[in-house]
Ligand binder design. Sequence first.
Ligand code: AMP
Length: 283
Amino acid sequence: MALKTVRSVAELRAAVAAWRRAGESVGLVPTMGALHRGHISLVEAARTHCRRSIATIFVNPKQFGPREDFARYPRQEEQDRTLLDAVGCDLLFAPPLSEMYAEGFATTVSLVGVTDRWEGEARPGHFAGVATVVTKLLLQAMADKAFFGEKDYQQLQSVKRMVRDLDIPVEIVGCPTVRDADGLALSSRNAYLSETERKVAPALYRAITGVAAAAREGHDLDATIEAATAALLKAGFAAVDYLALVDAATLAPLATLDRPGRVLAAAKLGAVRLIDNVAAIPR
Ligand code: AMP
């Protein structure tokens, strides 16, 4: 296996320093593991943009709420290592909890504005957990570029905002969402879906693409969203947390598609919470 695994920040920094001395560029792909083709597409993007690629696997407790799935989040490092090796990733950084949050850890990075609504509202503390760990990973690796999926669109926009605000010297590259043939966005949490739920799940993608198309046609937005929500519930979703047309940059709600937009949704299917989003492009 050409893939090297390190577990300490010191080893990570030594590997990056050696590449820097050789004049090689470095791309970083932060993940929580249980890797699928979506994650692998980020590593491929890193390999296209940069000479060296680093993937990180860290299930970050700070971004899970007290009633969320931290304890049962899938952990399968051996399988992940095989996938990373096959795609030509150079280095895996998989630190233990104590390496990331030493005794007495006291710092939080948090944003306002871009994180106020949607996932931020549904999952209090989530984005502070994400911003804190991403800041650490970016400063630990000091890569030239870091790659994030559009699948987590609010996260991507928040990380871009934070990197600008804090002058973190890295370019954030957003990568398109990888989907199954029926439209369902790949997610580590899809593993929680029962066979029946898996068949219902693509209705979420149909709902958001439908809203994006209707917004572009200038149809009544409230009525469109109401109908799409009803269709999700009828298909078998238990609840729709939000389904909204927003400004693609600020994530503020949009009444009409008069600028680049995004349709964001989160909905519960049984015990599983799915999120997805698509671009809404004005005529
Ligand atoms: P996670 O392991 O869920 O924290 O995700 C790690 C990175 O992979 C994040 O930047 C996600 O946005 C990205 N990602 C997750 N699922 C997909 C997908 N289906 N397509 C593209 N990127 C994804």
